[in-house]
Write a protein of this length. Structure first.
Length: 44
């Protein structure tokens, strides 16, 4: 089983490639303390 975050853990820094060619570093690139990330694989 992969490692899971506990309530006091810090979210790891992840670089994401966005659809328009830009990139986003999470969580540093999010301007709010609360966020929901949705990963959509696309159609089959």
């Amino acid at each position: 089983m992969p490692n899971q975050l506990d309530q006091t853990d810090t979210f790891p820094s992840i670089d994401l490639s966005l659809v328009g060619g830009d990139s986003l570093t999470v969580p540093e690139g999010i301007d709010t303390p609360y966020a929901i990330l949705l990963f959509y694989r696309g159609h089959w």
